[in-house]
Write a protein that binds this ligand. Structure first.
Ligand code: SF4
Length: 73
């Protein structure tokens, strides 16, 4: 089974932190390069809110394989 989950295009991320502020469960965090990254296994992220906050449209929806716990594309 697959479903749409968010993924961050790091080349577009300007490290503003807006998406992280919408993620109190720490599903989104800064990686070692100070770019936002998301743990797709944590499903409590509200996709619609997160998609709206990014000023550079770096947050995208991708197909996620729920059983394999990995993106399909
Ligand atoms: S809101 Fe967009 S630009 Fe800002 S940290 Fe998140 S992904 Fe990067």
């Amino acid at each position: 089974m697959s479903e749409k989950r968010i993924r961050i295009n790091k080349s577009k991320c300007i490290s503003c932190g807006a998406c992280i502020a919408t993620s109190p469960n720490q599903a989104i965090y800064f990686d070692e390069d100070n770019k936002a990254t998301v743990d797709p296994k944590i499903v409590e992220v509200d996709d619609e809110i997160v998609l709206d906050v990014c000023p550079t449209e770096a947050i995208e929806l991708h197909d996620f394989d729920v059983e394999k716990k990995e993106y399909k594309d």
